[in-house]
Design a protein around this ligand. Sequence first.
Ligand code: GAL
Length: 377
Amino acid sequence: MLERKAMRIMAVRRLLQVAAIALAVLLLWAIFMRGDVGNDAGLPSSPGEELTDGHAPGVRRQDDGIIKVGLTMDTLQEERWIKDQEMFGEAVEALGAEFIVMTADSDDAKQIEQAETLISMGVDILVVVPHDAEATATIVNKAHAAGIKVMSYDRLVRNADVDLYVSFDNERVGELQAEVITKLVPEGKYVFIGGADTDYNAHLVKKGVFNVLQPFIDRGEITVVFDQWTRNWLPANARDNMRAALRANEGRIDAVIAGNDATAGGAIEALAEWGLAGKVPVAGQDAELAAAQRIVAGTQTMTVYKPIRQLAEVAAELAVKMAKGETPRADRLVNNGKIDVPSVLLTPIAVNADNIDETIIADGFHSREEVYKLIER
Ligand code: GAL
């Protein structure tokens, strides 16, 4: 009995000895890895010291020299975002960097959580397509606390110290829409179907639209009889808003400017219910395939084409530069409510049935077969 007990005690003692040795080895390994003197790997010499490569404790950063570019996206709901994700990823990898992307399906809490994950994975630069311009400010603060710079991609994060904003000139998008429509309808009743209120791009586009409309409004030539944002850019919400506008004006609407092609499609659905599709000029944005088909069929007047590959490649190049600690040249400033954010804004292109071949099709954004499929049987 005693013997067995002694045996057990001895076994426990041996076990403890082994565990102690293992712990000692681990400790030694950790000290060795820390390389306490000289710090050539830029690791902290004492707990809490800022890492020379800028990363905070708790951020696992592999010092393998491979740059990690993290992208957090709002959604893949619109056709363009699928292109953005693909083309940006390709461009980042072509520069020899690693690409990690997460999509939040228009859920703010999920986007913040995903950004935290990317930060804890030790990305070298965080690229953000915000769902909600205000709610994502916390992402910028968290990234900066971890020593990671932040780029706003296409959409601007508001009220935060964003390091760089890369997009198309969204105010110019709105101006192009209104310039085309006011040429066709210099007088009459207009409906403005705005984008999502949570998206600062929708506000910039609206500013551009009214830059052009205001003089007509002031002269009493144009009346905006309906002006609503579209929650989450959903076509069904745009359709319902357009139905309300048509009912309120007994179908007497002369022109529609919509935040993008998806919402323009919703508005055209409502116009069709009143037999007005193709009779009332409609403006959109994004050069979606369905919109291109509507333009050659005559139910949509124009769209604004934004060459996504250009945006993706410029953004990838600048993101990798920032990850290397460089400060990219930015020739524009966009105020986000807190700072004038250094910005690179690319040029959007107005497209209608007259120039669709030499723009969208010539660029291979959509093939001629696809665009004319519904009218050339
Ligand atoms: C905007 C973007 C548009 C449009 C919209 C809906 O921010 O600039 O191209 O697609 O989002 O996702």
